[in-house]
Design a protein around this ligand. Structure first.
Ligand code: URA
Length: 241
């Protein structure tokens, strides 16, 4: 189920706000009946019309993208920097990223045009496990890594329990490679967690999202998710509730 204004915006008829205006003005019909309230939700089977013109619902598509560093997790940028959808020039559907990776973070990012699916995966109660490989400045003491596992106080609250594994330490460069697995998706969370223990992140890569990995892809490459993978992600998110 998706909000009516979102379906209209999604189909390219108008911005979300303009879509709300169209609804309030009585220009939108669902299954032949004018709908003037904003809270209404519709299923893919409902027939939506704007000014008598049927709203074409796009075929849902789902992609796994190996985001390189130096790319914005967005569909446009006012400073003209590279955005993730620049890598999808042959795709006609209006896709957008599910969540985001920082400009300087590389790794696994999902994109879709299916708003319901995106919302389900991003909903705080469904947060799917994400595994990051972090290069830190200096070598965090064992106790500091344990504090990340237990949960650490950040300015927006204590983090949920995580799993942390030290993979290697380069004495000469004074940096460590650490794997961290989290279920939350707060803004710059991994960077802030390591900052909080006094070992800022030098490099960050998302290696895994639930059961999905970057296997077979190079930075900048894309593959479509299989129908089975999409289904598995739905099951994974729903079981988290
Ligand atoms: N945590 C971060 O700090 N940055 C990301 O891009 C993803 C998770």
């Amino acid at each position: 189920m998706e909000r009516l204004q979102k379906v209209i915006a999604h189909a390219g008829f108008a911005s979300r706000r303009k879509a709300e205006e169209l609804i309030l003005e009585g220009k939108v019909k669902v299954n032949g009946k004018i709908v003037k309230e904003l809270g209404v939700k519709v299923t893919p089977n409902d027939k939506v019309e704007v000014n008598g013109i049927p709203v074409e619902r796009e075929e849902p598509v789902y992609f796994l993208f190996y985001k390189p560093r130096g790319v914005i997790s967005s569909v446009s940028d006012d400073k003209n920097r590279k955005v993730v959808t620049d890598y999808f020039s042959g795709i006609e559907q209006r896709i957008y990223p599910i969540g985001r990776l920082d400009y300087d973070t590389s790794g696994l990012l999902l994109l879709t045009n299916d708003g319901e699916f995106a919302n389900m995966l991003m909903h705080p109660s469904n947060e799917i496990e994400k595994v990051y490989v972090v290069k830190t400045k200096g070598m965090p003491a064992k106790e500091k890594l344990r504090s990340l596992e237990r949960g650490i106080r950040l300015e927006d609250g204590k983090t949920a329990p995580a799993t942390v594994k030290l993979l290697s330490f380069d004495k000469r460069k004074n940096s460590a490679i650490i794997e961290i697995s989290i279920h939350e998706g707060r803004n710059r969370q991994v960077r802030r967690m390591f900052e909080a223990i006094g070992h800022p992140v030098i490099k960050l890569k998302r290696e895994r999202y639930g059961f999905l990995t970057l296997q077979g892809l190079k930075a900048g490459e894309i593959r479509e998710l299989t129908a089975h993978e999409v289904k598995q992600l739905r099951v994974l998110a729903q079981n988290k509730k």
